[in-house]
Design a protein around this ligand. Structure first.
Ligand SMILES: Nc1ncnc2c1ncn2[C@@H]1O[C@H](COP(=O)(O)OP(=O)(O)OP(=O)(O)O)[C@@H](O)[C@H]1O
Ligand SMILES: [Mg+2]
Length: 228
């Protein structure tokens, strides 16, 4: 699904990624954790072709992306990768339905087809009733679920999420996390999620610990309790 090989990235003299290799399989939910400044967002941006590594290779869905020009890359991204950010980044002047439709329209669907797809995505998120509302008329949790619907509408190979529940309260956080696993179970959707939430990381299939631009040994999630 995604193969990263020996990725390095520096900003001026700051070496942010120092040799990252990582394989993400179809249907996997992978979390990336680590201290602030470790390079998590940089890594996710490179995985999502929003940024280019200095060295190393990125292969997504069997396609090597480094040779692609910007236009080609944008089209590839539109079809293969869905993004969810910490702050939904919905367009304020459009309704929930229209926001979800946009990537489908960019992919060349007709208005009618895009509308139909967007409705079914919103329905999957339990947002049928909210389709006609603009972002400022939605709760934080609802906005984030609209953002997930938008990320999914073109049925991307992978959804990349950068602290998707970072701005949500406990209840909405848990609901969003449940949704990710639901989507994996129902659609076989692959997720890579950067998170500071230990509970979410604990639920994922695999946790990548990033420290100072390197992947460090994974810690066992549960220590064996010797007393039982
Ligand atoms: N465009 C840029 N130009 C210069 N430095 C950058 C740029 N983007 C990131 N950095 C620096 O690279 C380092 C890693 O940043 P990154 O955003 O990947 O960290 P992070 O692990 O996502 O942290 P956080 O948990 O705080 O979001 C930081 O020191 C940051 O200041
Ligand atoms: Mg970050």
């Amino acid at each position: 699904m995604i193969q990263l090989q020996d990725i390095t990235k520096s900003f001026d003299t700051l070496r942010v990624l120092r040799g990252i290799s990582l394989d993400v399989r179809q249907g996997e939910v992978v979390s990336i954790v680590g201290p602030s400044g470790a390079g998590k967002t940089t890594l996710l941006q490179i995985m999502g072709t929003l940024d280019r590594p200095d060295t190393g290779t990125v292969v997504i869905d069997g396609t090597s992306v480094q040779q692609m020009q910007e236009r080609e890359l944008a089209a590839f991204r539109n079809r293969h990768i869905g993004f969810v950010f910490q702050f939904h980044q919905l367009l304020p002047e459009f309704t929930a339905l229209e926001n979800v439709m946009i990537p489908a329209l960019i992919a060349g669907q007709t208005q009618q087809e895009a509308r139909k797809m967007a409705r079914s995505m919103l329905s999957l998120m339990n947002l049928d009733e909210r389709a006609a509302h603009k972002p400022n008329e939605l709760s934080g949790g609802e906005k984030q679920r609209v953002a997930v619907a938008r990320a999914l509408i073109n049925r991307p190979s992978v959804v990349l999420a950068d602290e998707p529940s970072g701005s949500l309260d406990m209840h909405n956080k848990e609901e969003l996390h449940r949704l990710f696993f639901d989507l994996r179970d129902k659609l076989g959707q692959t997720f890579v999620i950067v998170t500071h939430d230990e509970k979410l990381a604990g639920l994922t299939d695999r946790t990548i610990h990033l420290v100072d631009g390197l992947i460090v040994e994974e810690k066992p999630l549960f220590e064996t309790d010797v007393r039982s």
